[in-house]
Design a protein around this ligand. Structure first.
Ligand code: GLN
Length: 311
């Protein structure tokens, strides 16, 4: 019988291979603060469901998680509203760019899914209702700290301010949704909370820890405490698989075979259900705004460990 592949060895070898590659993609520049990041950074961390951690490269360095935060806001909003959330946002892949506005016109301002920008702004608006922006943001940060078991996680205020100054496209999306009555709070408040949760800074290790509940039927593998029901964890994974990489979601499913959520900071959180939570960071992006080497590293890791959900 072939022996099980060694996880730490696989992680170290893949990280070393990625560091030597010249094809890194381009760092996002539309958020000026993100343009300053060195494209040569690379981090990879895996936490398996027994609690074993394997890490390599810049796995301890915090980076801007950007749209990966949308996994946590979706989880939180489902906890607050349950299935009523689905009247405010759909759950179909968009097949368009993360910041696209076109589909909103056809669907009366209801975004296609919670992971494109419009959908995540609608989800943020649900979390904000009945709260001050500061409270809503505190709630999101508390949740992220809770699932990662790490009180040191913070928001990078410079990144939030940078996006607040230049986020005209998101302002357009929010105003457009507001015109259909899909947003209930003042647009500035909702956008402020959205920009700040996108600016949460986490290392690959912290992010892999945060994803454990999705790999472990909704429970924390260390404390056994339930974060969400097993069914909800499965459903969040389903949305990550179908929508987590925007119009690159099909390609990610085809190549990696795992639910995943990317961010324009170059991070990806991927879940191997029942097996592991994986975080990778490489700031250079492909044409769809997903980490170029991050995806390649996950493809190699998933294949080597036999983790594809398609068997
Ligand atoms: N904060 C970013 C934006 O709204 C998040 C986008 C992303 O990570 N894909 O544009």
């Amino acid at each position: 019988m072939p022996s099980a592949p060694n996880l730490q060895e696989a992680v170290a070898e893949i990280a070393a291979e990625m560091r030597d590659r010249p094809d890194r993609g381009d760092v996002a520049t539309y958020i000026p603060e993100l343009a300053k990041i060195d494209p040569a950074r690379f981090g990879l961390c895996v936490v398996d469901t027994t609690g074993a951690v394997a890490a390599a490269g810049d796995a301890e360095e915090p980076f801007s998680i950007q749209s990966i935060s949308k996994v946590f806001t979706l989880t939180l909003a489902l906890g607050m509203s349950g299935d009523r959330l689905w009247s405010r946002v759909g759950r179909e892949p968009s097949g368009s760019a993360f910041n696209s506005i076109v589909q909103l016109e056809h669907e009366r301002g209801v975004p296609r899914n919670p992971f494109i920008n419009a959908g995540a702004i609608a989800v943020t608006d649900v979390i904000l209702s009945g709260h001050q922006p500061r409270e809503a943001l505190g709630e999101i940060l508390r949740f992220v700290r809770f699932v990662s078991d790490d009180e040191s996680i913070t928001i990078d205020k410079a990144v939030a301010a940078s996006e607040q100054r230049t986020g005209f496209r998101n302002a357009a999306l929010a105003n457009y949704m507001k015109s259909f009555g899909v947003l209930q709070n003042p647009v500035d408040y909702t956008l402020g909370v959205y920009f700040h949760h996108c600016a949460i800074a986490m290392s690959c290790r912290q992010l892999a820890m945060a994803g454990r509940f999705l790999a472990h039927e909704g429970r924390s593998p260390t404390t056994g405490l339930s974060v969400v029901s097993p069914q909800r964890a499965r459903r969040i994974n389903a949305i990550m698989l179908t929508c987590g990489h925007y119009d690159g979601s099909g390609e990610f499913a085809y190549r990696v075979g795992l639910p995943g959520k990317s961010g324009v900071g170059g991070g990806i959180l991927a879940i191997a259900p029942g097996k592991a939570s994986i975080a990778v960071w490489s700031p250079g992006l492909d044409a769809a705004g997903n980490s170029h080497l991050g995806r390649i590293a996950l493809e190699k890791l998933s294949r080597r460990m036999g983790w594809s959900i398609f068997g």
